[in-house]
Design a protein around this ligand. Structure first.
Ligand SMILES: NC(=O)c1ccc[n+]([C@@H]2O[C@H](COP(=O)([O-])OP(=O)(O)OC[C@H]3O[C@@H](n4cnc5c(N)ncnc54)[C@H](O)[C@@H]3O)[C@@H](O)[C@H]2O)c1
Length: 261
């Protein structure tokens, strides 16, 4: 018989499911966090930039901010432990933090290549592996969602496309492992979205004229919005997708397709 005073103390799990969003202070991250909050999640809005995280969390009901640099394993471990201690559970992880450098095969700086892989791919690995134990406790509620890019199919900057192709491989491995406890892992792969993210890519023309051109090249004749990306993420975080795992869902209006001949 176990006497009550002999029981090991464990934090009382929150009755509300908890989602962790990386890069949560950015355009997609804040839209995803707001959408998951309206779906009923308590959301940890994490970002390497504490001000961005705090400003985004302040606008989302029930959300809280947390500083988390996905390139730093110590930061990842401490942030995950702090979130789990505060809430008693982690049910969904959205690996959204990402950067895109300028350049092609002959012009990408090696430093940019390494930094991009470190944030976009290695970061998703660090965050997901740190959360696996908590996700396992969630059983069939455990969800990992990777924000990829349609460039994994179409090509683009070498570091960026390699990182986003790598995300698909990582997702398929996570999907195999997390299935043991009933959870899922999937990739949301958007087309170009008019956010500050694209400013680092050195697009040449003005941002507006670039996006007009992207919209004209897209079969559905517009570019994606953060709300489109948040809706797809919500689908993978919810019950309607519980038998879908290891998949890539393009949110690109058909831009991932080959041009019609
Ligand atoms: N905007 C697009 O056109 C587009 C298209 C397809 C995919 N994506 C992907 O969507 C994701 C988000 O893009 P966005 O448009 O919201 O970009 P954004 O620049 O608005 O937001 C990115 C956020 O990531 C944070 N961040 C950067 N380095 C970090 C680190 N080391 N650790 C934690 N956080 C860090 C930034 O502070 C920022 O808040 C990225 O993974 C990107 O590759 C964007």
């Amino acid at each position: 018989m176990i006497l009550s005073h002999e029981r090991k103390y464990e934090p009382m799990p929150s009755p509300t499911k908890v989602a962790v969003v990386t890069g949560g202070g950015g355009a997609f991250g804040s839209a995803i966090a707001a959408r998951l909050s309206s779906d009923g999640f308590k959301v940890a809005v994490t970002d390497a930039n504490p001000t961005r995280a705090a400003e985004a969390a302040a606008l989302i009901p029930g959300a809280f901010a947390c500083t988390l640099d996905v390139t730093d394993d110590k930061s990842v471990g401490e942030a995950m432990a702090w979130i789990a201690e505060r809430t008693g559970r982690i049910d969904t992880v959205v690996n959204n933090a990402g950067v895109a450098p300028p350049g092609g095969m002959r012009t990408t700086e090696l430093e940019d290549f390494d930094r991009t892989l470190s944030i976009n791919l290695r970061g998703a690995y660090l965050v997901t592996s740190a959360a696996m134990e908590w996700l396992a406790h969630s059983g069939s509620e455990g969800r990992v969602i990777m924000i990829g890019s349609r460039t994994w199919l179409s090509g683009g900057n070498p570091a960026y496309t390699a990182s986003k192709a790598g995300i698909v491989g990582l997702c398929r491995t996570v999907a195999q492992e997390i299935a043991a406890t009933g959870g899922t892992c999937n990739v949301v792969a958007p087309g170009p979205v008019n956010t500050g993210f694209v400013d680092g890519m050195g697009m040449g023309e003005t941002r507006e004229s670039n996006f007009e051109r992207y919209a004209a090249q897209t079969p559905l004749q517009r570019v994606a919005t953060p709300a489109d990306v948040a809706a797809a993420t919500s689908f993978f975080a919810g019950q309607d997708s519980s038998f879908i795992t290891g998949e890539v869902l393009h949110v690109a209006g058909g831009l991932q397709l080959a041009p019609r001949l």
